[in-house]
Ligand binder design. Sequence first.
Ligand code: HEM
Ligand SMILES: *[C@@H]1O[C@H](CO)[C@@H](O)[C@H](O)[C@H]1NC(C)=O
Length: 469
Amino acid sequence: MLVALVLLFVLSALLLRIWGSPKAMERIPGSLGWPIVGESFSFISEFSSPAGIFSFMYKRQQKYGKVFKSYVLGRYTIFMTGREASKILLTGKDGLVSLNLFYTGKQVLGPTSLLQQTGEAHKRLRRLIADPLSVDGLKKYFPFINNLAIEVLDQWSGRKVLVLEEASTFTLKVIGNMIMSLEPAGEEQEKFRANFKIISSCFASLPFKIPGTAFYRGIKARDRMYAMLDSTIAHRRKGETFKQDFLESLLKKHSKETSEGEDDDKLTDAQLKDNILSLLVAGHDTTTAALTWLIKFLEENPVALEHLREEHLTIQRNREKGSSLTWSEVNNMPYTNKVINETLRRATILPWFSRKAAQDFDIDGYKIQNGWSVNLDVVSIHHDPEFFPNPQKFDPSRFSDPIKPFSFLGFGSGPRMCPGINLAKLEVSVFIHHLMCRYKWKPLEKDDSVQPTLVRMPKNKYPITVERL
Ligand code: HEM
Ligand SMILES: *[C@@H]1O[C@H](CO)[C@@H](O)[C@H](O)[C@H]1NC(C)=O
């Protein structure tokens, strides 16, 4: 493992284009650490500690202030924190910064992914996916999501479960169904799941496309996934099947006549596939992590758990006997919404947002140059005692008062704010409703370690034993 890491740093330093020269960074406070590896070792070891990346950031912020430089994971990086920085980086006074993916991510997701587009092209893609991901657009998937949550939870009674595994199965089936009407069981689902797992585990791998490496396997799995999509698209085009899913809504736009010379809504097959994969990648681990952390935080905070349970039992009591959760009930769960936000604050599932300066600009009196990698340290923003008193405490009621702009970034902000927010909240709310009405649970071990992956998740997958209420 260590050898692989050292190799990664050496090679990434040599092979990947290193922008700018560290000389220009002389005026930015901070340490670049050791030659080649920089501060990567302390970064990685603190990343997977229970306190997570917060301790790495905190030590340096104490020493250097809100803007400091470092050299981690093969690149020179400026870390920034605070509401001022988040405002500048996220509202992106147009074209100030662009998203900064790692090399492997760029290769796997494809050039036309909305994660790699900027400016007008990015806006246009956002417009195309906005409708099907809006609250109204999601209504038609509600019965599927509701039935699936019940079905998954049916299996929990009196058992030991790994919450993260269950959440992962649930969220992948939801998004597979929503995007291309994939049935929740069967051969297609199995293929889809197997390929997706390989793809998502290759993002943090060494950037060599050589047989045997995780990166190579990831690219191959991506190709198989695209072949699946190609055949689905072909069926749809021939009118052999008609479905009301995400793919269909993009295809409809795709084939729209453009007599007025307006081809704004047209997507090529390559664009279609790149963007469907991007939604899968951006939406799956995040929602899985959110659901898992939420269940863990609840068990650790009995007051919040009781309050949440009361909200859901009341909904159940007020409903006709034998009927199931309704659409209007899901959209009226005020305390659940606070619990979701507080979960995202405490867990900070995406601990930093990565950007690349697209031009020179000033921040806090420092000059940032075009091309520099700039990361917004969200964990520190979410634990700033000025906006979140007693920040380590899990307390959903802090979201009863309006939150200051740019202090809560669970779904980001500005033009790149998460387009999947409604879907994520819908999935979590439905699942939590049935969990609250049916079960209590206990963790099987006390371990707060975090997986050293970009999306923060409990390392032990949160094993619990479950009992009926
Ligand atoms: C609880 C679950 C989720 C969390 C916490 C979350 C969080 C975020 C955050 C913080 C960003 C902004 C990142 C940045 O500014 O660098 C983001 C972007 C994004 N999210 Fe989510 N997300 C979740 C679920 C989803 C779902 C379900 C989907 C897909 C349907 C999705 C699709 C995306 C996409 C495509 C972007 C990139 C947007 C762009 O660059 O314009 N997310 N998400
Ligand atoms: C939760 O956060 C979202 C996104 O930042 C925000 O729009 C919403 O108002 C918040 N909800 C509550 C109850 O605080």
